[in-house]
Design a protein around this ligand. Structure first.
Ligand SMILES: O=P(O)(O)OC[C@H]1O[C@@H](O)[C@H](O)[C@@H](O)[C@@H]1O
Length: 356
């Protein structure tokens, strides 16, 4: 396992490169704490990064995995998606010794692990405190496993004297071969807020999500596993998440692509954002408490995973073949709601928030 610091030739900022012996790798920029590359053992890039991406603050790089904190989208008074993606982060821990040039000479704590790991931290500047007057420590741990899986663990600690709340997303841009051949499983039958209809609350009716137009939706209270099946590449991305109840699905399609200066006109064909998020209900953290959210991404051959995440199969443990479509979806919708209600009854407080 290797962890290195390299100066990014395009941005001029340092980035951390994680490598594991089978050949997979990942890159995390200190600017934005943003993962900008995740490659499998064959060296294929799994994340989308625009050829027109601009590496100059104050705009986040278009692609990879920007961090949206302390505000998702325009849901508040801050800049779109919050300021964390436009700040310079510090390295605090690493599973390999790093040169002292990182952090201007301040020490990086070693982590003992068989994974390649780096942990970055962001704390507010005086200027940040003027626009969001809450003292916090935001930590992002990025770990590359031996099978090439990429785990991102985020912690937000309240080091202030008053509670604060925030919304959050890991804005993952997945690379796909052809968006019209992509299918997302795991979000069917759920309610979502449609950003293209002024945030109207609707219910997903389809068997799976497929794409033939612009999409910008916040799916609410989703299962912890979502599969993105890229038929042309015969590849399935599996996203597992914890502490991040919602999932945003975004593709700008043709018209909006043309309007974005840091995005190629045709690039919408080759990307899909599936974002593990906490949007509908803001996360509240009291003084001294710490919230944890986590996402694990893996990329597997489609033949291995296809269909396994169909909620009908998860709920009933069998195929839907012998039941008519409307009957299965009524049953699964009822079962999912019952399950969600039972989960709510059993957890009176957020299990992802701990006292330190
Ligand atoms: O251009 P930005 O600020 O990176 O945002 C991109 C998109 O991010 C998505 O998460 C939002 O749902 C979209 O509404 C938004 O357009």
């Amino acid at each position: 396992m290797m962890v290195d610091v390299v100066k990014d030739a395009t941005s001029g900022f340092d980035k951390i490169v994680l490598r594991e012996p089978q050949g997979s790798s990942a890159q995390v920029q200190l600017f934005g704490g943003q993962v900008t590359s995740w490659k499998n053992e064959r060296g294929e890039e799994l994340l989308f990064l625009s050829s027109k991406a601009i590496y100059k603050p104050p705009k986040a790089v278009r692609g990879g995995i920007p961090i949206c904190f302390p505000q998702f989208g325009g849901l508040g008074s801050l800049e779109q998606h919050g300021f964390a993606r436009n700040r310079l982060w510090q390295v605090v821990e690493s599973s390999a010794p790093l040169p002292t040039i990182v952090n201007d000479g301040s020490a990086v704590t070693p982590i003992v692990s068989n994974k390649a790991i780096v942990e970055l931290m962001l704390t507010p500047t005086e200027e940040d405190m003027k626009i969001w007057p809450h003292n916090f420590e935001l930590r992002l741990r990025v770990a590359l496993g031996s099978s090439g899986d990429l785990t991102m663990t985020v912690k937000v600690k309240n080091v202030d004297t008053r509670p604060f709340n925030f919304t959050f997303a890991l804005h993952t841009y997945l690379s796909v071969a052809d968006i019209t051949e992509v299918r997302v499983e795991g979000l069917e039958t759920l309610d979502y807020l449609d950003n293209l209809k002024d945030g109207e609350r609707l219910t997903e009716q389809g068997d799976a999500i497929t794409f033939d137009n612009e999409i910008d939706r916040i799916y609410l209270g989703t299962p912890t596993k979502i599969a993105v099946i890229d038929h042309e590449k015969k590849r399935t991305f599996v996203l597992r998440k914890d502490g991040l109840p919602d999932a945003v699905v975004w593709n700008p399609w043709e018209r909006k692509s043309k309007a974005m200066t840091d995005f190629g006109d045709d690039e919408y064909k080759f990307m899909l954002c599936v974002e593990a998020a906490a949007v509908e209900k803001a996360i509240v953290v009291k003084p001294g408490e710490e919230w944890t959210g986590r996402q694990e991404l893996s990329a597997v051959s489609s033949s291995y995973f296809s269909g396994q995440l169909d909620p009908r199969k998860v709920v009933h443990g069998s195929s839907k073949a012998h039941l008519p479509q409307n009957q299965t979806s009524i049953i699964s919708r009822f079962s999912l709601r019952l399950f969600a209600a039972m989960t709510l009854m059993c957890s009176s407080r957020n299990p992802n928030i701990k006292k330190s």
